[in-house]
Ligand binder design. Structure first.
Ligand code: CMP
Length: 145
């Protein structure tokens, strides 16, 4: 069934945005919304609030606000899990060993600057899409169809 998810092309992968968008389209997604944004540290903290308190949180916030990012709402059958599979494991360095074809292996840098983000569940997809596209009027996607 068709789902939406939020993808982010992070600062370290921004130079490859066109190439990545081509791959997204060739992988059967449609791009429903797209925004290029420069996050403030406050916005980056808000977006990653669930990681507050972790050792890597301050540098994650600094990284995500270090330059523009491209946020995309993408849709296809099983978009959430499929996009996560396509981007691969969090750590881009390890991904190069274990999943050399995944997008983080190709476009990411290390365990933090991993090039791409994908929502990890239906509820985070809904929250993250609203975070970047608060004004968009979207039909709720029926669950389990
Ligand atoms: P993302 O999937 O966007 O969600 C949380 C982000 O935190 C993750 O990608 C990485 O950018 C970063 N992150 C997760 N784990 C670590 C870690 N162990 N060390 C540094 N950064 C991390």
């Amino acid at each position: 069934f068709v789902e939406r998810t939020l993808a982010i092309i992070k600062p370290d992968a921004l130079g490859k945005a066109e190439e990545i968008e081509d791959i997204i389209l060739r992988s059967g997604f449609s791009i429903l919304q797209k925004r290029r944004v420069q996050l403030t540290p406050e916005q980056a903290s808000d977006f990653y609030a669930e990681h507050f308190g972790k050792l890597f949180f301050p540098s994650l916030v600094a990284y995500m606000s270090s330059g523009p990012v491209i946020t995309l709402v993408i849709a296809r059958d099983k978009a959430i899990s499929y996009w996560r599979e396509l981007i691969g494991p969090t750590n881009a360095l390890k991904a190069r060993e274990t999943h050399p074809d995944c997008l983080r292996a190709i476009y990411g840098t290390d365990d933090q600057r991993n090039g791409l983000h994908g929502s990890d569940s239906y509820s985070s997809a809904e929250r993250e899409i609203r975070f970047f596209f608060p004004d968009s009027i979207v039909e709720p996607i029926p669950v389990g169809e």
